[in-house]
Write a protein that binds this ligand. Structure first.
Ligand code: URQ
Ligand code: ZN
Ligand code: ZN
Length: 484
């Protein structure tokens, strides 16, 4: 049976959106949704997918991935084809990845380089662009990227000193330019100077193994940076998105700001919800090192706070920070934890793990699941209407979600290009029976049907209506007093 886009009727399912559930059929014509309704007629020649007993949800959006990232002396093992294919196997049809300029590289040059790498993608993708230095040229490149290349979000790593770290001066220049462009600022919130100092202190005390990693990045280090970025964004009047919020310290900073009416959005990684810091005390070095990522895994108390934050709407999106470094790559830090490449996988498991630990436990409703795995990210990054929804005219990124599909997660059977899986052995109930990417079946009956290069770069316009509610709290930023 051809899986190329044509006319497909997904029949008998329960359509679940961020706003509710309804028994409805979904008709796909070519790459877009053509009709939604009960008992739709089957057009001549249409392919029929029987979704009886299953849910029909929007394709997942992972707002935080790093395919083939050059980092810490190596390159992430997952590339844009294998990574977006593994995403489809898990129900994710759009990845927001990161362009991260090298030390002397212009943002625009880096962007063009990453666009080249991503041409092999199997499903759609887009790019946040990191600002890792400052000059008039960087400012000009931000303007070009925002006005000509559909980049509406700029990333700032407040950690990784002597590498890609942005100090306060860079934050201020970049945030001001983002405000002028109507773009969103995002941050990796850890105090990079503190991390650097603590790493040195811990190493000098003779702690060289992976257990040193979380010791050098305690929650206070993240909480300080999150609050600092939030305050800078408040004073400069720009919307802010905090990536991988991993602890209560950072969550409290986000919550305070949101309750004050500031436009701060925040993301949580699935792995931070279900894996705790005991992994760093594993007797097997490879097991412990395989979990080295930043911010690190935290105690169960922080996990409970993150679940509350997700349920309360203080955390709006779930992501994976999919950044794969296999066993041999991690062993670069065999005698010095500071040299273990930071990153873990997860793009294939994100939605099933959240369904199992979120919906099946009653923490989240199916609609909230759709909101935090797809719709909210579409709204925040100004894609809604085309992505992250089930609506006539939207891209036919759809998942027939089988709430009873069971799987035991393992590196032996996953589709991710890495010899390690942080969820190894976890049994999950709930998963994609069928995934469609712009109308084409890319995953069905446990089989990948992706086509190399069929993924498209998705432009994201600035000035998202979702951000316009931003109250400019500092009057000198808005002398006319006019609400923008
Ligand atoms: O910091 C990030 O988001 C990238 C470099 C992935 N690595 C990680 O440990 N999170
Ligand atoms: Zn990060
Ligand atoms: Zn990341």
């Amino acid at each position: 049976m051809s899986n190329l886009p044509g006319t497909t009727l997904i029949r008998g399912g329960t359509v679940v959106t961020a706003d509710g559930e309804s028994r409805a059929d979904v008709l796909v014509s070519g790459e877009t949704i053509a009709a939604i309704g009960a008992n739709l007629d089957v057009p001549a020649g249409a392919r029929v997918i029987d979704a009886g007993g299953a849910l029909v949800i929007p394709g997942g959006i992972d707002p935080h991935t790093h395919m083939e990232l050059p980092f810490m002396g190596t390159v992430a093992s997952e590339d844009f084809f294998t990574g977006t294919s593994a995403a489809a196997a898990g129900g994710t049809t759009l990845s927001l990845d990161f362009v991260i300029p090298g030390n002397t590289q212009r943002p625009l040059e880096a962007y063009k380089e990453w666009r080249g790498w991503a041409e092999k993608a199997a499903c759609d993708y887009s790019f946040h662009v990191a600002i890792t230095s400052w000059s008039d040229q960087v400012r000009d490149d931000m303007r070009t990227l925002a006005t000509e290349h559909g980049v509406n979000s700029f990333k700032h790593f407040m950690a990784y000193k002597n590498a890609i770290m942005a100090d306060d001066e860079i934050l201020i220049h970049s945030f001001r330019t983002a405000r002028e462009l109507g773009a969103l600022c995002t941050v990796h919130a850890e105090n990079g100077e503190l991390v650097f100092a603590l790493q040195q202190e811990i190493y000098d005390r003779g702690i060289t193994g992976p257990e040193g990693h979380p010791l050098s990045r305690p929650p206070e280090v993240e909480g300080e940076a999150a609050n600092r970025a939030i305050r800078i964004a408040e004073v400069l009047g720009v919307p802010l998105y905090v990536v991988h919020t991993s602890c209560e310290d950072a969550l409290q900073a986000v919550t305070r700001a949101r309750l004050e009416g500031q436009q701060v959005f925040a993301e949580v990684l699935i792995q931070h919800l279900v894996i705790d810091d005991s992994v760093y005390r594993h007797s097997d070095w490879d097991q412990a090192a395989g979990h080295v990522m930043s911010p690190p895994f935290r105690s169960k108390e922080h996990q409970a706070a993150l679940w509350r934050g997700l349920q309360a709407g203080m955390l709006q999106t779930t992501a994976t920070d999919h950044c794969c470094f296999g066993r041999e790559q991690k062993r670069a830090g065999l005698t010095d934890f500071r040299k273990i490449p930071n990153g873990t996988s997860g793009i294939e498991d994100r939605m099933a793990v959240l369904w199992h630990h979120g919906v099946r436990t009653g923490r989240l409703t199916p609609s909230e699941f759709v909101a935090v795995t797809s719709t909210n990210a579409a709204k925040i990054f100004n894609l809604h209407g085309r992505k992250g929804c089930i609506a006539v005219g939207a891209d036919a990124d759809l998942v027939v979600w089988d709430p009873n599909r069971t799987r035991t997660i393992s590196a032996k059977t996953h589709h991710q290009n890495i010899d390690f899986n942080i969820y190894e052995g976890m049994e999950v109930v709930g998963g994609p029976a069928v995934t469609l990417s712009r109308g084409m079946v890319v995953w069905e009956n446990g089989e990948l049907k992706t086509v190399r290069g069929r993924g498209r770069y998705i432009h994201r316009p600035c000035n998202a209506p979702f951000w316009q509610a931003q109250r400019i709290r500092n009057s000198n930023q808005n002398p006319t007093g006019v609400q923008r």
